[in-house]
Every structure is written in structure tokens, then in C-alpha cells.
Design a protein around this ligand. Structure first.
Ligand code: AQP
Length: 337
């Protein structure tokens, strides 16, 4: 029996953090053997907000290196650059024609990002149409490969929902004997699906947040990781227990992160520290995090840019026949070919 396909990606829009890793990349690594794995560096998504072209190019290579450093095997997994496969944007246009603007305006990510303030003069940055249409490009990414599964963080749930809606709508409107698109399922891991910002545990950790102390970056130096964790927001009670109470959100986030890297439950960790202070917990978490990230950082440093560029070339030639065939199928049922 042939393997099912998973598709996922990360935007090269900044430095990757442990939220990207625990919410997405680690899950890809865990299931790469069971699935036909397609892992994209979604650089076309990144340009929905302003990017410096040279940095974007370099970050795209860096993200692919991190995929491999995290444990994806490039011999088994297709790692590629979104802009190398023109059918992503072609399918996006076709799906655009069956998408309602109301569906796009209600997306949480659009509402959040379209409210970004310009740090220099505090004015709102003007909103590009790409930011509004972002979910259609994401639907195209997924549907182009007939992905069965999309392993992502919880913040992407709405985007997977609209992907499913568009696939069903397209199938109903255009499919003949058999459905053109596979309806994908979301996969989020219970522990890592939403890592919160260290400086504000009510917001998710994000690579484009201005405060660098809000996130632990995968490539952060040990001293930086320690400083960031020691500064993490907790509460004034200074009592360690695992609870859903809003005022314990900071502590809960630290316990959740500790749990993922040690395989003990957050409750067990809390119990081990019940007679200790936040400082002790943070110090141990910082040390555990440094050791956890070290092998990923070492592997990252051993991969050259050339290796990645060769992988991009190879993946492009592997994927193009499949994506061209899919677009032909779509265009035929739409009366375009
Ligand atoms: N805090 C998080 N916890 C768990 N998962 C997360 N992801 C992002 N933040 C967290 C997951 O990482 C994958 C890649 O994210 P993305 O690059 O597509 O963009 P994003 O979701 O918007 O993530 P960021 O880090 O906040 O990026 P910017 O700031 O550029 O928008 C996705 O699977 C995402 O769910």
C-alpha cells in the first residue's frame, strides 16, 4: 500500500524559535518514516509582510538547514523552496475564484497581522492584498500535493479549515467521476501545539514579535537562552504547581516546555519543584534547553549553503511533473485546458 502524504512548511520570516520546532518541525521528524513527507520553506508566504530581499534569500536557506538539523532526512523527505514551483501560485489564483472575501476577512492571523504598528512612527503599516489572500496560497500548497495530513501548530487551525472548505467546494462544483482534491486533516501535537511568549504568556511565541526576549530561538547561544528563561514572566505567588488559572499562565508555559524536552508530565515536574522557587526551576530548565538544542545547533553548523541549494534543485525536478499534472487536472475540469 502506498504511503499517505503530509505537507507542511515554515516561513523564512525571521529566526525560528522553539514554538516552530515543537509545534511543527519536531512532529514532521517523528512521522517522516510513515508518510510521503513534503516540507516546504514557504518564502512566498513570508513576503505577505515586508522583507529584505538578501535576508529573505539567506533565511530561506537557513530554514531548510534547520529542517535537516532537526532530524529530517533529505534522502527520504522532499525539502523545497515554495517559489521554485510555479503551480503554487497558479493554483492559488484558481482557488481565489471560489473564495469569498468574507471568509478571508475573518481569519485571526489576518486580523492580528493587519494591525501591526510601524515601530518608527506608530502608524499602521498599509495592508497588502497578499496578507488577506495568505490562506488561499496555503490551501494551494496543501491541495497541490493531495496531502492527507498537515502537521502544524494550533494557530494554523483556521487556515486548515478554510483549505478543507475550498477543497470541498471545488470538488462539488467541478469534480466529475472522482474528486479532484483530497480533503486534508490537521495534526497538532498535544504538548507543543501552542508555545507562549516568554514575556507575555497570553500571546503565542512568534518569530516576528519585536521583543527578542519573547522567544527562544533554536540557534540562540547558551548564555542568551539562560538569560531569556531567567527573565520569563511568571507571577508573584512564587509557588510551583500546574494549574489552568490565568495568573499561572507564565509558569504553566515553562512547565509545558520543560515537559516536552524531558518527557516527564508538567504535573510531575511541578511536583518535583513544589518546595523550590521559580529561580531554581528556570535555572534547570535553561540548562536542559541548552543541552537539548546543542545537537541541533551542531548539525546546523555542519551543513553548507551549497548542500541546501543542491537539494532545492533536486526537489524542484522531482516535484514539477507531479504539480504540473495536478494543475492540468484542475484546469481541465474548469474548462481552461
Ligand atoms: N508559538 C507557537 N507554538 C506552536 N507552534 C507554533 N508555530 C508558530 N508559532 C508557534 C507553528 O510553526 C509553524 C511555522 O509557522 P509559520 O512560519 O508558518 O508562521 P506563524 O504560524 O505565523 O509563526 P510565527 O513564528 O509567529 O511567524 P511569524 O511571526 O513570521 O508570523 C506553523 O505550523 C505554526 O503553527
Amino acid at each position: 500500500m502506498s504511503k499517505q502524504t503530509f505537507f507542511s512548511g515554515v516561513q523564512p520570516s525571521g529566526n525560528l524559535h522553539i514554538g516552530n520546532y515543537f509545534g511543527a518541525i519536531k512532529n514532521w521528524v517523528d512521522i517522516q518514516e510513515e508518510y510521503n513527507a513534503i516540507c516546504c520553506v514557504v518564502n512566498l508566504h513570508a513576503i505577505t509582510v515586508p522583507q529584505n530581499p538578501e535576508e529573505l534569500n539567506q533565511k530561506t536557506i537557513e530554514v531548510a538547514k534547520l529542517y535537516i538539523a532537526a532530524g529530517l532526512d533529505p534522502a527520504k523527505v522532499t525539502i523545497f523552496r515554495q517559489s521554485d514551483i510555479p503551480q503554487h501560485t497558479e493554483l492559488m489564483w484558481l482557488l481565489n475564484t471560489i473564495t469569498k472575501t468574507g471568509e478571508l476577512f475573518k481569519m485571526t492571523q489576518f486580523k492580528d497581522k493587519s494591525g501591526i504598528q510601524n515601530s518608527e512612527d506608530n502608524t499602521k503599516i498599509s495592508i497588502g492584498a497578499g496578507l488577506l489572500n495568505y490562506p488561499i496560497l496555503m490551501a494551494a500548497d496543501i491541495l497541490l500535493y493531495d496531502a492527507n495530513l498537515v502537521p502544524v501548530g494550533e494557530d494554523q487551525t483556521q487556515h486548515i479549515e478554510i483549505t478543507r472548505t475550498l477543497a470541498r467546494r471545488f470538488n462539488k462544483k467541478f469534480s466529475k467521476e472522482e474528486d479532484v482534491f483530497t480533503i486534508p486533516n490537521i495534526y497538532t501535537s498535544p504538548a507543543g501545539k501552542k508555545i507562549m511568549a516568554l514575556d507575555n504568556p497570553l500571546k503565542k511565541m512568534s518569530k516576528s514579535a519585536e521583543a527578542v526576549n519573547s522567544r527562544i530561538e533554536i540557534l540562540d547561544e547558551p548564555e542568551v537562552i539562560k538569560k531569556k528563561i531567567m527573565k520569563a514572566t511568571t507571577d508573584s505567588e512564587n509557588k510551583i504547581y500546574y494549574s489552568d488559572k490565568p495568573e499561572k499562565a507564565g509558569l504553566r508555559n515553562l512547565l509545558n516546555i520543560f515537559s516536552i524536552i524531558t518527557d516527564a508530565t508538567p504535573e510531575q515536574i511541578a511536583e518535583n519543584y513544589q518546595d523550590k522557587g521559580y529561580g531554581d526551576l528556570k535555572k534547570d530548565l535553561a540548562e536542559a534547553m541548552v543541552s537539548y538544542l546543542q545537537p541541533i545547533q551542531d548539525k546546523f553548523n555542519s551543513i553548507s549553503d551549497e548542500e541546501i541549494l543542491n537539494i532545492f534543485i533536486q526537489s524542484k525536478s522531482t516535484l514539477l511533473p507531479q504539480t504540473q499534472a495536478k494543475i492540468t487536472q484542475v484546469k481541465k475540469v474548469m474548462g481552461l485546458e
